[in-house]
Design a protein around this ligand. Structure first.
Ligand code: NAD
Ligand code: ZN
Length: 260
């Protein structure tokens, strides 16, 4: 497993890999959004060092827990709205536009890939999207603004206008089942690519972290770009240990092999 830490050399090698691929998949984690000012979970100072996650069972069982979950979602919505896509997101969008990357599979819930220009159809959001909410029973959508207004007016967690069910931010909480359609799309993309590039993921969250393994077993090249080691580094063809913007950013520039 060759490992490279020089950003310029890493950038060139990565561009070459993309240029040689017929169908690439980019798989992103929270690390691609830290340069937009959104903290990840597992870096020092990351979200886990500040608060405990809310489990799905707790959300279902307790009004207190639901209200705490909503407070976090409203804070997060403001944080996402204030953030801008960074050089890494822009490079990924450029590679999709150039037809090099066939799908972006993300664990992120911040919507920044789409805001960088990747079409909704080209993004698989494995853990949902924190800028939306929906009824857990009938899937009727509710905006976070409407949810916030409802709580301000009643002091209670919002219920679905159509069926009375619990409304929840459209993210996959701990203990909540993964969305079957997104899982199927991620699986299909992983089996249908000849290059799988991990960007900014600790690769410890399952089942998401199973997709790079699946692609690898199916014969795709595996490249991992992450600041810290991951459990899959040993299985990768190439490990790039750098800052994402520095390594991926130059790939958005005209004249690089991948930008055709
Ligand atoms: P993670 O926090 O477990 O790992 C992020 C990895 O990115 C770390 O290994 C870190 O070393 C690396 N990293 C951070 N900034 C980097 C940079 N600038 N350059 C290179 N590497 C960098 O994140 P994960 O693997 O995505 O899994 C955590 C879960 O957190 C996911 O389920 C995701 O849904 C959720 N999450 C999402 C967001 C978001 O949407 N932006 C933010 C926090 C957590
Ligand atoms: Zn409903």
């Amino acid at each position: 497993m060759p490992m490279l830490a020089d950003p310029q050399a890493a950038s060139r090698l990565l561009a070459e890999r993309f240029a040689a691929a017929a169908r690439a998949v980019v798989f992103t984690g929270a690390g691609i959004s830290t340069e937009s000012g959104i903290p990840d979970f597992r870096s020092p100072g990351g979200i886990w060092s500040r608060m405990k996650p809310i489990e799905f069972a707790g959300f279902l069982a307790s009004e207190e827990v639901r209200l705490e979950d909503w407070r976090r979602r409203f804070r997060m919505r403001r944080e996402f709205a204030a953030a801008e896509p960074n050089a890494g997101h822009r490079a990924v969008a450029r590679l999709v536009e150039a037809g090099v990357v066939a799908a972006v599979v993300t664990q992120n819930i911040d919507g920044l890939h789409q805001r960088a220009g990747v079409a909704e159809d080209d993004v698989v959001e494995l853990h949902g999207n924190g800028t939306r909410a929906a009824c857990l029973d009938c899937a009727a959508p509710m905006s976070l603004e409407a949810a916030e207004a409802a709580i301000a007016a009643s002091g209670r967690a919002p219920r679905c206008a159509a069926c009375g069910g619990l409304v929840k931010a459209a993210i996959v909480s701990f203990g909540q089942p993964m969305p079957p359609s997104e899982m199927a799309r991620a699986r299909a993309a992983s089996l249908d690519c000849d290059l799988f590039v991990v960007v900014g993921s600790s690769l410890v969250v399952h089942p998401a972290a199973g997709f790079p393994e699946l692609a690898r077993r199916n014969g795709a090249g595996l490249v991992i770009l992450n600041r810290e080691p991951t459990p899959l580094d040993g299985a990768a063809d190439l490990v790039l240990r750098g800052a994402i913007g520095e390594v991926l950013g130059p790939l958005a520039a005209p004249g690089t092999p991948a930008s055709g």
